[in-house]
Design a protein around this ligand. Structure first.
Ligand SMILES: [Mn+2]
Length: 283
């Protein structure tokens, strides 16, 4: 399916956005809270956007055929497919813009969810304004190694070759990448891993938008780019161990924080979610 690079919404209510849930083996505690939220979210909107990194690693849609390599990813994915299919089959509009971890979402995932794929930059017209939607990592232009890797992984040639390899080899490659990324993060400054504000402003001006809606940076909030131009970062989801809250085996019970963005006539509105509710909300 050809990804959409522009989209006009009218009469479909206020769209709702989520990103950076990073579902999968590394954080199984997030699956149930996210699924519960998704259920509620899909009842509260007719237009739903996922702006990337829904999964922590997606090495091809054929993952869905097995439960051995990534059991938690597959379990979560099947339930998400079910929920989204029910939503899109009853008139809901759903869109998926790939992140740097789930860029291998393919036709099968789109068929099973009824979601439409979006291009890496998608212009959204809503209530007379145009917003630029993206995952956000292409605007982290100061992180040269990330941009270099990104160019390689997004090349069709590399992807075609990668997808012909057995799932187990692909899984090994993905875990190697994750390890490298973990190590690299300890060496990089916070500024390097954030989007470059000048690059964002340039993009917004070039494309004649009022602002940018993205994820990736895990720094939820509203940022001013210039007079009247804003950048909005969708909250990421995280499991947080709670020292006080133990389950019956004496292990720390899971707590989490997450959130979403709703685009209203007046502009975007961020909502933070946390469990327990006393946790500090993301800024
Ligand atoms: Mn990301």
């Amino acid at each position: 399916m050809t990804p959409l690079s522009s989209l006009a919404l009218s009469g479909a209510g206020e769209p709702l956005f989520c990103s950076d849930v990073h579902l999968g083996e590394e954080c199984p505690e997030l699956t149930e809270p996210f699924l519960a939220w998704l259920d509620e979210a899909l009842r509260s909107t007719r237009t739903f956007f996922i702006l990337g990194d829904l999964f922590h690693a997606w090495i091809g849609d054929d993952l869905l055929d097995q439960e051995v390599l990534y059991p938690e990813t597959v379990r979560a994915a099947r339930k998400i497919c079910e929920a989204l299919k029910a939503f899109t089959q009853t008139g809901g509009h759903g869109y998926f813009l790939a992140g740097n971890r789930d860029f291998l979402m393919g036709d099968r995932f789109f068929a099973q969810t009824g979601l439409r794929p979006l291009a890496e930059e998608c212009l959204l017209q809503f209530e007379g304004r145009t917003w630029l939607l993206c995952h956000g990592d292409h605007l982290c232009v100061d992180d040269k190694p990330h941009q270099e890797l990104r160019r390689k992984l997004l090349s069709l040639e590399w992807q075609k070759d990668f997808l012909t390899q057995p799932l187990s080899s692909r899984a090994d490659f993905a875990s190697g990448l994750r390890e490298k990324s973990r190590q690299a993060k300890t060496m990089k400054s916070d500024a390097i891993m954030d989007v470059n504000p000048q690059a964002c402003l340039q993009r917004v001006r070039d494309l004649n938008c009022v602002g940018l809606i993205h994820g990736h940076t895990h720094r939820p909030g509203r940022y001013d780019l210039a007079e009247g131009l804003t950048r909005w970062v969708i909250p990421d989801w995280q499991a947080l161990p709670s020292a006080e809250d133990k389950n019956k085996d004496g292990e720390a019970a899971s707590t989490y924080k997450g959130g979403f963005l709703r685009l209203q006539s007046a502009g975007p509105k961020l909502t933070a979610l946390s469990y327990p509710a006393s946790l500090e909300a993301p800024q």
